[in-house]
Every structure is written in structure tokens, then in C-alpha cells.
Design a protein around this ligand. Structure first.
Ligand code: HEM
Length: 527
């Protein structure tokens, strides 16, 4: 704090020309002289408010993220006089107080336990984690999301940052203790880390409002690494897991093909054993593979046996192996996630890279399906909240016909419709997360497969509805990329990336009911 400079209103008022232009926004002083020519809103608007407090005008046209990104380069100090040092306050700040409400308190913009409602699912360790992930995402991710999305890639350094913060280890569904150099995940001891901690990691990360960035970091990792951790032999696991968990290398899961999507058992990519039995020769194509553009490792579903699910194996293929080619696919959304079309042409893969047993691949894939689908539900539900949060914030400041947008009943009713869908989806999601927390895995695969499939439909349809309604509230601002409607515009384009992969809406609806009927009959229902 010692280096912070303070300026009085009179001092700031002297910097009021095109050649020397300061403004105050939210109590901070910015020297925008060199920024005038680059300001996307034009230089005149800035010169008109030079030397004054421009907070209300600034708020009318920008997101909070604008200052997080541009502010540090323009900041010169604080407006007003220095605060008196208060030893008692400084001492009490050292203890992390996690009680009370948390976040911006926009109605339904965060789950209800953020408003200090009682909940059976969360304790102080969850509250502490919530604050830490939020601080990390707001500092390291949110200011750059638009830039990364437009560049269609996330920086490699972000993987290492996320690994060091503990985020990677926390989202793979199995806590990879043996490969971790620390005994906690963002301060939560590994023995205490539960499904709700993982939920908070994914939910708070999703506040970045970009499936592209989220999948860019976690999309391949969260589904490509679990089969290695759970089923690969020690040698393969020890070679691959530590470097992926440390963010130095990346991994993805390659199942879908031009010929087989949700119908996994129909995949064609073949792996033929060489006569000496030492290698597989892999030939085939994979499509829509998240992170495939840059991944170092590919957990690939290949056909090693006859038709159907009994002939599928999982093989770890490496980018350095001759015959592996990837190209970026041009998709409507999730731009920075590196969606790839992959060709394997006579790729020679050592037998040692077989994950688990031959022809057991389908079982291994199924093992992680509930986890993968739950991740999609968590992300979709938070994205729906992001749409509502941004819509409420924007409608509270934008005026039309002499009134704020939010003062129009038709706009409030849109918000109400969004809120009730989000809250009911969230409550069902928490109920199922609780079951995942307490139920043995094998049992949960059978009993929860149906409800989680239906929850995926519910969550993605809620997301779709909220993206649409928020876009209507933002109007033209959600039709152009960047700026105030940035998150809504992007999320609107990303809806299909959630409603189709991980089991399409149609297949989930059918599976959800069929599976639930089977379970009911097994449990004795006379139907
Ligand atoms: C530190 C000061 C400021 C910075 C860093 C800044 C930055 C930006 C940026 C990055 C944009 C593009 C849209 C976005 O990303 O949000 C923008 C747009 C804009 N800014 Fe600023 N701005 C500042 C201050 C102001 C002030 C004080 C005003 C008004 C008096 C203003 C008026 C506008 C307008 C009218 C737009 C265009 C909005 C639109 O496209 O609808 N800006 N500004």
C-alpha cells in the first residue's frame, strides 16, 4: 500500500485536455492520454469527461472486466486522501472469514447458498474453496477470455497455472494422490476433498462464460486422463500422469468419428496387431475431438476385435508418433478449445500403450460417462446463470423510453422464467451430486445413469433458453462479439456444443427413461 499515490479532485481536474487526460472510475485514477486513439468508443467521449469522475458514464458502456484488462496499464493512483492505518482491521484480515453472503448478490446469479442460505451440502471448506477459485478465475482467466477465444487458443502457460493452483487435480473425478506433490487442493486437504468441492471448482471456473476456454483447459484432460489413471498399468500411468497433471503436457479423448458419434459401439478406427505381437498399427479418423489440435496424448477408442462394443479397446497414441495428423475444425462455438479432425495413418503404437485390457475399452469409456455428463450439467447450469446475471446487470443500467429496461414488466418476466428453470435444475443437480458423493461407483453407474442423462437434457435446454432470453434483453449488443454482451453472444453460439456431445439430447432422453425403468423393475416395481 506504501506505493499508492493519492490525488485530490483539484489535482485531477488539472489533467483535462487531449494531451493530458485523466479520469476517475470507481475511485481510481486513470491516465488515458495515450489510450485516446485506441479507445473503441472514440476519443471524444473520453476528452469530454477529462479531469472528472466518469464512473456512471463508464458503467453505462462497459463490463467490470474492461478495467481488469486495461486498468493496470492506465492506473496512476487513487482519488481522495489516504485511509488511516487501522491495525485492528489489518490483523483481522489475516484470518479468512468465509461466513455471510458471497459474490455480487444478483438474484439467482449465484446458487442460493451464496446468499447465506442454509444448505446440507456445504461447510466452511467449501466456502473457502469457493472464494479461492473465484479469485483465481477473476484474476487469471476472465480478463483474457475474449482475446483467447478470438485467437482460437488458450496459452500453454495457463495449464501450468491451473495445475499449480490445484484445479487440474481437482476436476478429474479421481483424486490422483500418488502423482501430486502437495497434500491439498486449493487449501482443501485431500482426505476432505469431495464431490461438492469438485463441483465448486467446475462451477466457479464456468463463470468465465466460455465453453471454449473451459474446455481448452479441462475438456481433454477431464475425460482423457481418467481412463489412464483408473485402468492403465503402472508403467504407462507413471510416464503420462505426472506430466499431464503438472500442465506440462496435455491429453484428450478421441472417440467420435465421422461415422460414429453417440453410437460409440459403431466406431471403425482399427488397431491391428503386428505379427510379432509387439505393436498395433492404427488406421482411422476421429472428428470433433476437443483439444485434439494441440494435445500431446490421445486416449483413443480403437477396434481391436469384432463388431459392437466387445471389440473396442483404449490405446494411448502420442503426437510424436509418425502418421498422426490433426487439423483445426471450424465450429460455431467453443473456439479456443482446439476442436480437431484427426487422422491416424499406419501409426505404429507399442503394445505397452494399451490402456487396461484388450477389448475392454467400451467398459472403460462407460465408467466415466456419468462424470463427464455431470460436468456438462454443471457448466450448462452456470452458463445459464451467467446469462441471467449479465442480463440483470445490463437491464439495471440501460434505459429505454425513459425507464430502465428492468423496470419493464416484460423484461422482468423473462428473468423470472430464466430463474425458475435455473433454480430447479440446480436443485436436482445438487441432489444427484450428493448421491455421487455417497453411493459406491458401480452402483451409481447403474442407478444414476438414467437421472444424469435426463439432467443433461434439462441443463442444456435451460442453458439454451437463458442464452436466448438474455440475447433478446441485450439486443444488438448480443449480436456483435466483444463488449457488454460478450459473454451472452459467445454462450449463445456454444449451446449446441453442450446439447450434442456427451450424448445428444435425443439419446439422453431415451436412455434416461429406459434405464430408469430397468432400475425400477430390478428393484421390484411391477411395471
Ligand atoms: C479507463 C477508461 C476506459 C477504458 C479502459 C475503456 C475501454 C473500452 C473498451 C475496451 C471498449 C470496447 C467495448 C468493451 O470491451 O467494453 C469501450 C467502448 C466504449 N467506451 Fe470506453 N473505456 C474507458 C472509458 C470510457 C468512458 C469514460 C466513456 C464515456 C464517457 C466510454 C465510452 C465508451 C463507449 C460509448 C463505447 C462503445 C460502446 C459500444 O460499442 O456500444 N469509455 N471502451
Amino acid at each position: 500500500m506504501a506505493d499508492v499515490k493519492y490525488f485530490s479532485e483539484q489535482e485531477i481536474a488539472q489533467h483535462s485536455s487531449e494531451n493530458d487526460c485523466w479520469i476517475i472510475v470507481h475511485g481510481k485514477v486513470y491516465d488515458v492520454t495515450k489510450f485516446l486513439a485506441d479507445h473503441p468508443g472514440g476519443k471524444k467521449v473520453l476528452i469530454n469527461v477529462a479531469g472528472t469522475d466518469a464512473t456512471s458514464k463508464f458503467d453505462a458502456f462497459h463490463n467490470a472486466g474492461t478495467l481488469e484488462k486495461f486498468g493496470p496499464g492506465l492506473y496512476v493512483g487513487e482519488a481522495g486522501s489516504p485511509p488511516q492505518a487501522n491495525a485492528a482491521v489489518e490483523a483481522s484480515n489475516e484470518e479468512e472469514d468465509v461466513s455471510g453472503p458471497f459474490g455480487d448478490l444478483v438474484p439467482f446469479g449465484d446458487p442460493s447458498w451464496y446468499q447465506d442460505w442454509d444448505s446440507p451440502y456445504y461447510n466452511d471448506s467449501h466456502r473457502r474453496l469457493r472464494a479461492r477459485v473465484r479469485a483465481f478465475v477473476e484474476k487469471e482467466i476472465m480478463p483474457y477470455v475474449h482475446e483467447w477465444d478470438e485467437a482460437k487458443q488458450v496459452p500453454r502457460a495457463l495449464f501450468v497455472k491451473c495445475a499449480e493452483a490445484g484445479i487440474l487435480a481437482g476436476i478429474c473425478g479421481v483424486v490422483p494422490r500418488e502423482f501430486m506433490s502437495i497434500d491439498n487442493i486449493m487449501g482443501v486437504p485431500l482426505d476432505e476433498f469431495d464431490v461438492f468441492h469438485e463441483f465448486i471448482l467446475a462451477d466457479e471456473f464456468s463463470r468465465c462464460g466460455s465453453g471454449g476456454v473451459l474446455w481448452g483447459v479441462c475438456g481433454g484432460f477431464g475425460i482423457g486422463l481418467p481412463p489412464v489413471l483408473l485402468f492403465a498399468d503402472e508403467v504407462l500411468k507413471r510416464r503420462v500422469a505426472p506430466e499431464v497433471l503438472s500442465g506440462k503436457k496435455t491429453i484428450c479423448l478421441a472417440i467420435t468419428e465421422p461415422y460414429a458419434g453417440s453410437d460409440v459401439a459403431g466406431l471403425r478406427c482399427e488397431a491391428k496387431e503386428t505379427p510379432d505381437g509387439e505393436h498395433f498399427i492404427v488406421n482411422g479418423e476421429k472428428k470433433w475431438i476437443t483439444n485434439g489440435v494441440f494435445a500431446d496424448y490421445f486416449t483413443v477408442a480403437v477396434r481391436t476385435g469384432g463388431e459392437g462394443m466387445g471389440g473396442v479397446s483404449l490405446l494411448l497414441i502420442e503426437r510424436i508418433m509418425p502418421g498422426v495428423k490433426t487439423r483445426q475444425m471450424q465450429c460455431s462455438g467453443v473456439w479456443s478449445s482446439g476442436t480437431a479432425y484427426i487422422t491416424f495413418e499406419d501409426v505404429k503404437v507399442p503394445k505397452a500403450n494399451l490402456i487396461g485390457e484388450k477389448n475392454k475399452g467400451f467398459k472403460y469409456i462407460m465408467y466415466n460417462f456419468n462424470h463427464e455428463r455431470m460436468a456438462i450439467c454443471i457448466q450448462s447450469t452456470r452458463f445459464a446463470r451467467v446469462c441471467l446475471e449479465d442480463a440483470i446487470k445490463y437491464a439495471s443500467k440501460r434505459k429505454t423510453f425513459g425507464r430502465r429496461l428492468i423496470d419493464h414488466q416484460v423484461i422482468r418476466h423473462k428473468m423470472a422464467d430464466m430463474a425458475r428453470r435455473i433454480e430447479s435444475t440446480h436443485a436436482w443437480m445438487e441432489q444427484l451430486l450428493h448421491q455421487l458423493n455417497v453411493m459406491p461407483h458401480e452402483e451409481s453407474m447403474v442407478k444414476l445413469g438414467g437421472p444424469i442423462a435426463l439432467l443433461k437434457v434439462q441443463a442444456t435446454q435451460t442453458f439454451e433458453f437463458c442464452a436466448r432470453e438474455a440475447a433478446q434483453i441485450f439486443g444488438g449488443l448480443a449480436y456483435s462479439r466483444g463488449g457488454q454482451g460478450e459473454r451472452v453472444e459467445r454462450l449463445y453460439r456454444e449451446v449446441r456444443a453442450y446439447a450434442i456431445p456427451g450424448g445428444s439430447e435425443e439419446i439422453m432422453t431415451e436412455l434416461g427413461m429406459k434405464q430408469s425403468l430397468k432400475v425400477a423393475q430390478f428393484m421390484g416395481a411391477k411395471i
